[in-house]
Design a protein around this ligand. Structure first.
Ligand SMILES: [Zn+2]
Length: 344
């Protein structure tokens, strides 16, 4: 039988998997040599095999189990697809109840929630009725033993039974923060080399504006963009008109595709929907994109949204975007480097 568990030190916590019997209790301090680290669904895990030695270690200065257990509560930014036995504290802002047919024919229910903490946003699903309803929202909950599954880059914290939930009176963070409008700033290169995240803010210089920016038509069935009036799945369709921009932004260390939906486009280029349509009708989409290039290439754009990171690269889906005054960018960089000097 394999043994699974978690080990922690001051720097963090990691799961382990042992193919050999282990005779240590929780709270034992051990030294592990010659183990392997394997990654399963983006989550590193220590593998203890036949060639690994695990022995009792003594270090009076090592953090106590009590101190370390405070670190076992993980933040939304640390969630990874496939993680298990997750402990976290989040604020719930919205609940949707979905009914479905179970395999035995009876009716099942799942409670799906929008959740946030100061590091980002994600989803949470309860497979048993939670001890609160949408009229109690927002609520702060602490959950233990949860599983994480990600869908299109959005982590979903899955809670199987209501015993895993406790409702907290106060969040462990500053309760003045309105998490619904809170988008923590994460440098672009950090996002591009990390995993998918929701509810973040970042900045980059516009280095490219793709020519398929402007008016597009979407499939009424699946919302995907039609090519020559055809959906890859649903064939020829009467498209639903939409507006978007496709850019590439770069922070000097990494770049990402940036997709602006209609709302973010209107906000960035300061033209409303009918003004954009009128302009494209007047001069054509190619000239419209050229105008945008003349105006925005080299500008710094700040966007709120979510980023999907996979083998193909990264794509930031913006729900709001605005130009950043270059002077204030320089001032912020200067401030940041001064703070780094002060804190080092
Ligand atoms: Zn379709």
């Amino acid at each position: 039988d394999v043994v699974r568990g978690r080990i922690a030190d001051d720097s963090g916590i990691i799961g382990f998997l042992s193919w050999e019997p282990l005779q240590f209790d929780s709270g034992s301090l051990v030294k592990i040599s010659n183990a392997q680290v394997k990654t399963f669904r983006n989550t590193p895990e220590i593998n203890i095999g036949r060639n690994t030695t695990v022995e009792v270690f003594r270090d009076a200065k090592f953090s106590s189990m009590e101190d370390l257990s405070k670190n076992t509560v993980i933040k939304i930014e640390q969630l990874r697809d496939g993680s298990r036995d997750v402990e976290c504290i989040v604020e719930l802002s919205k609940i949707t109840v979905r009914e479905f047919q179970k395999q035995d024919g009876s009716q099942g229910k799942v409670w799906s929630c929008d959740v946030a903490d100061p590091t980002g946003k994600c989803r949470m699903s309860f497979w048993q009725e939670p001890p609160f309803s949408d009229k109690d929202l927002p609520v702060i909950v602490s959950v233990t033993g949860a599983r994480v599954r990600a869908w299109q880059g959005i982590p979903d914290i899955t809670v199987d039974t209501s015993e895993q939930i406790s409702v907290l009176e106060q969040p462990p963070w500053d309760s003045e923060i309105n998490l619904v409008d809170h988008f923590p700033f994460v440098p672009l290169h950090e996002l591009a080399s990390g995993t998918s995240r929701v509810g973040i803010k970042t900045q980059g210089t516009v280095v490219s504006i793709r020519e398929d920016s402007g008016i597009i038509f979407r499939c009424p069935e699946c919302n995907r963009v039609l090519r020559d009036g055809e959906c890859a799945t649903h064939g020829e369709q009467e498209g639903v008109q939409d507006i978007r921009l496709r850019l590439v932004i770069d922070d000097g260390r990494a770049s990402t595709s940036l997709l602006l939906n209609k709302q973010a486009t209107v906000e960035l280029i300061e033209l409303n929907e009918s003004q954009i349509l009128e302009r494209i009708n007047d001069i054509g989409q190619i000239a419209f994109v050229q105008e945008l290039r003349d105006k925005y290439l080299g500008s710094v754009v700040e966007s709120n949204g979510r980023i999907i990171v996979d083998e193909q690269g990264s794509m930031l889906l913006a729900e709001s975007s605005q130009l950043v005054d270059i002077d204030s960018v320089l001032a912020a960089q200067e401030l940041r480097s001064r703070l780094e000097v002060m804190s080092s």
